[in-house]
Design a protein around this ligand. Sequence first.
Ligand code: UTP
Length: 797
Amino acid sequence: MDPSRVMRVEKAGMAESMQEDLESLARGGFRCRLCHVTVANKPSLDDHLRGKKHQRLESLRSVRQAQELRSVFVSGFSKGTPASELSDYFQAYGEVINVVMDKDKAPQGVYAIVELQDKEVLEKVLAQPHHSLGGQKLRVKPREKKDFKYTQPRKQGSAKREQLSPKKLAQELCQADDVDAQMSLLVQQFEFSEGERRLRDLLVTLFQEVFLEFFPGSAILPFGSSVNGFDVSGCDLDLFLDLEKTKKFQASTKSPAEPLAEDVASPEPDSHSEDSILSDIDLASATTPEVLELVATVLQKCVPGVHHVQVVPNARRPVVKFCHKESGLRGDISIDNKLALRNTRFLQLCTETDERVRPLVYAVRHWAKQQALAGNPFGGGPLLNNYALTLLVLFFLQTRNPPVLPTVARLKELTENEEQTVVDGWDCSFPKDLTRLEPSSNTENLCTLLAEFFHVFGDYNFASCMISLREGQPLPLPGVLESTVGSKLKLGPFNLQDPFELSHNVAANVNEKTALRFQRCCQAAAKYCRSLQYQRKSSKGKIWGLVRLFQPGTAEAETPAATGLVISLPLTLASLPAQTRKQLSQAGNMHQCWFQKVCSSIAFVLKDVLRCDCLEAQEGSEREGEAVTECKQREQQTEADAEQPSSAGHKRSLDEEEADLSSPAPKRLRTDTLSPEGESMTWNCAMWRRVWLGRRRVRRQLRGPQPNSQCAAGSLELEAKVSEAISQQEGEARPTDPLLQFTVHARTGADSSGEQGMRISLCFEPAPEQAAAFQEFFHFLQGFLPRAVEQHVVSAT
Ligand code: UTP
């Protein structure tokens, strides 16, 4: 082709894609869809289009699209085939640039993406009707065309961003200039790296290709945090398997007179595989669990690298859970969740509407996770889920004056007739893009918005109303009940209405305790946000801004009832039988001896009764040292808080507050009550099974109608059997990773009554990302551990 013509064609193509990238907004503004950037006028738009970001993304898009256009998707070769063999095979048609394949040795089917030198080579490959390698027939298809999606900028030079340790994250945040900069940094640290996004895209493509083979016309559509703009490295991959077209395909194959719809016929169902699987089931009449079983079989047997496949049929939205072995990525596939696709698009639209939405949501989510208020990582549980928490932030932004975000009702008004959307009977209409949306005239910065979020919800009565994103205001409960009569609306201590499925309270799982803690934590956070320590960078290198806000348990430690993650064992020498005391006093160093005895009982209860892996940590390690100090501080803080009257209501100056906060615990501590050099011991622990759940039921089953005298009620032997039974119920094989990892520090302190009153406290430190999950186990330990340890100490002396 004439080179000048190529240039003209390329330029024309660029102009076309530029047109597609740009949207005119109300009041002369523009939005660049490629970069998710909104500008106020034409000169700013020109600056943006000439700028580095736009140029970089444009060239990245061209590279990706070009790669896609010259790649083929190959399957059918035998397991274990090396990438080099595939490369050699396709070299016969022209140069091969790259072969990407899943290395996992799956029992059936292996897939690869082969990137060829150019379109000409690709056409040669596709023109060949039959391919075979090592005696196996290969299936070769062009790659799925996907829209290029903007990836947020990362730190230079690292395709795969390393997740920072909490300590490093705190250091980085402290170096930012102000709270707004801290919040933007937070987003950069948590969102997907380029590598992670690519891996997810590749996995979705892989799932799509495999499912297409078995369910012709089906589509795999990601939703939730992977794609809604609130991605956090390592978050779940939520997928929706849309079988609508497959159902049509199945119906049409059953009645040959009926012509195939064009879009269903296109996948060219491939010989035996889907025939066999679709002949097993009638998709139109099968129940959801039946279809999910089939999906699980396909996942288990035919998607390389996928393991731990499990159908969860009784969830509100039944799913198949899976894990991708190599990346450790966990995900869910649902087949009946179109509303989630729509609310995912709604969340995306909110992030595109105002650039403050993402940083604010990331900050609130991280704060809530650290305070163990949100997350429910194992599903179920009484905490807010991330979707609910995100909606709460969006509602808050709708209620600012002037509003940052429009209400859902306002969005509906802006929707054109052809964009009206109803899903499962619910009106899910909102404009497909931002063209008709007025930019917000609210100018509050992130620092203020976050502080106001805590202020607003610290005083909120969640139980007495229904938070409505549709109306952008709380609705009185009687009215809500009336308008949803006959539905399964569940009201509770926290009522937050789904913006589309109006009979769904997305916080219905939250219990009273969590609702109360949420409010208390908001109050404490609001109080902290009034201090200079939040508002200004410390000139003395002290922690400031978001860093202190994110400290686990900070908020609770300020309420008198809170105890942090410390369990105090009510074991004093004085409480022991006289005989035991005598034995100990004969053993020389009574303190030490007593401490060791209790520690071996603690280890026994954790290991032998609760089946927890428990390794004594090396003494003197830096981490242990830090943890023990923190443990002492928490303990002392708890005591001090309990003994000093609460300062709530007493107005103090910002300077006074900063002075207190910048030198946290020691100033307020009663150091005289603790032994300066107590004994201490540390264990590193891992829990593999949820032995804290359903113990009462299992205990009843084990004891039977006639209690067994060998295994008396409350005995440690019975408790060990309960743990064993629960572990067995959870499955034969141990999971690949422990459910919980934590450190336990035991140390002594003597109160004013001297040695006789010596007591031992245990400070628990969960892995940072498990703070929320740990809470449930910790509550169980609070009741169980003191009694069990005491029982063992007494029986062993
Ligand atoms: P999650 O609560 O898991 O939210 O719900 P998330 O944003 O994906 O966060 P991670 O995965 O915990 O980091 C996943 C998706 O399920 C739908 C929403 O689309 C949500 O984004 N969902 C969840 C509902 O539609 N309703 C609900 O009540 C909960």
